[in-house]
Design a protein around this ligand. Structure first.
Ligand code: SF4
Length: 434
């Protein structure tokens, strides 16, 4: 049997929060290879906060919904980031445990999941460690966000085969496994010893084309997945004691009558007990009263809404997916349906090119006037997106590390402005109760 290992690399960043953060794609790839019966496949998630290789309590801390902070180890800051007044860290299980595993297992294929483009140092670390141990005896394959957006860049990091876009067709050829696009390949949650939450998707892609977003580059076609399969998955894991379920959909409420509403109705009908969360911004426009009531009855706990800005012309420029009156109506519906104010959060942009302090301030005050919380979406220019490419050119960005969302707003707005807006956000959020 062919031997392969699927790897989720460590992350180098200033901060990292387990905001229902799981390598969804990598877990599906594992399942695809495993269920073929042709591949002896192993899995190593550097970011598993409950791994037996981790003994620090801080690493494992979780809140009532399963989220928590990763504890990182400070590392030398790359020269290009020297102007950032924060510690640079490595987050993830120490490399020695991975090295020990591949020395014993000797995989012929290492499949590395690549996430955020500015997280490339973690990918580089795994590629280099793998080559050091297995030299050219191993084929290194990468897939995921970075590989899709910048395949040539990942090739230069040392990968043999970079999968840009959908992974199952190329993998079916490499491993000689049958694949049909209508096959429901779910993530292998059983790989985790302890699981405080699972993540699911009812849809793939998004029909909108916001100029800063890479959704359509990653999934060019919006489609609805097999809802019944997802329901069975949720049933299975909640019966095993998993309490939290987070949606990874980009456009959960688009065509809601075909996916989201039937899903909610079946959750209620079958008595599935879970706390549902929506970490990706929901389209506030589609939250009418009936939808809000159904979400509440089905067990939704935390709601994250895309607001971005209160400036109408900017709202239009950023894709026109929500205007202030629609946003206000959605918040009103959620509150009337019984959601707690402290569990409704609006995402507000900070650090877009030419964005003024006033604009962010206005949005923060507006959200606060509705009695809900705000979270700052610190802008990261994503290569390949219209706004990302324009920004990268305008600001002469020559290293992806500078596109980090903790870094770029410092360049576009300045340190003092960013600090001021973060403090303002915290102060306003502190006034939100229940
Ligand atoms: S609506 Fe959301 S997911 Fe869709 S393109 Fe805009 S930002 Fe991306």
């Amino acid at each position: 049997m062919i031997k392969a290992i699927v790897v989720n690399p460590p992350v180098y960043d200033f901060t990292l929060y387990d905001f229902w953060l799981k390598p969804y794609g990598a877990l599906r790839v594992y399942n695809f290879l495993k269920s073929s019966g042709k591949v002896d496949v192993s899995f190593f998630d550097f970011l598993d906060r409950y791994s037996p290789y981790v003994d620090s309590y801080g690493f494992r801390f979780k809140d009532e919904f399963g989220k928590g902070k990763f504890i990182g180890v400070e590392v030398e800051k790359p020269q290009i980031l020297s102007f950032v007044r924060r510690k640079f860290k490595r987050f993830g299980i120490p490399l020695e445990y991975y090295v020990r595993l591949i020395k014993g297992f000797k995989p012929e294929f290492v499949l590395i999941y690549t996430g955020m483009t500015y997280w490339y140092p973690g990918v580089k670390e795994v590629i280099e460690a793998t080559r050091n141990i297995l030299a050219n005896e191993v084929k290194i394959i990468t897939g995921g966000v970075l590989s899709t957006l910048l395949p040539e860049f990942v090739k230069e990091l040392g990968a043999d085969n970079v999968i840009s876009g959908e992974a199952f067709n190329p993998l079916s050829e490499i491993f000689d496994i049958k694949y049909r696009s209508d096959m429901a390949i779910l993530p292998s949650w059983s790989l985790y010893g302890y699981l405080p939450y699972i993540v699911i998707r009812l849809t793939e892609g998004c029909p909108f084309r916001c100029p800063y977003c890479a959704s359509y580059l990653l999934k060019p076609v919006f489609r609805i997945l097999d809802i019944e399969r997802v329901l069975r998955e949720v049933e299975r894991w909640t019966e095993k004691g998993v309490k939290n379920v987070a949606f990874y959909d980009d456009a959960l409420l688009v065509r809601k009558k075909d996916a989201f509403i039937p899903f909610l109705e079946k959750v209620i009908e079958r008595g599935i007990k879970a706390n549902f969360h929506t970490p990706n911004a929901l389209h506030a426009r589609f939250i009418d009263m009936d939808t809000a009531i159904l979400m509440k009855r089905a067990g939704f706990k935390t709601i994250y809404l895309g607001f971005e800005t209160s400036d109408e012309s900017k709202q239009r420029e950023l894709g026109g997916k929500v205007y202030t009156n629609e946003f206000d109506r959605a918040v009103g519906n959620l509150l009337k349906a019984g959601f707690e104010r402290k569990n409704i959060t609006a995402y507000i942009f900070m650090g877009l090119p030419e964005m003024s302090i006033d604009e962010v301030e206005n949005a923060l005050y507006h959200v606060n006037s509705l009695g809900i919380k705000a979270m700052l979406s610190e802008y990261s220019p994503i290569p390949g997106t219209p706004l990302g490419d324009r920004t990268i050119k305008e600001y002469n960005i020559d290293d992806l590390l500078l596109t980090n969302c903790s870094v770029f707003p410092l360049i576009s707005m300045g340190y003092e402005a960013v600090q001021y807006l973060k403090h303002l956000k915290n102060r306003l959020n502190a006034s939100v109760n229940e």
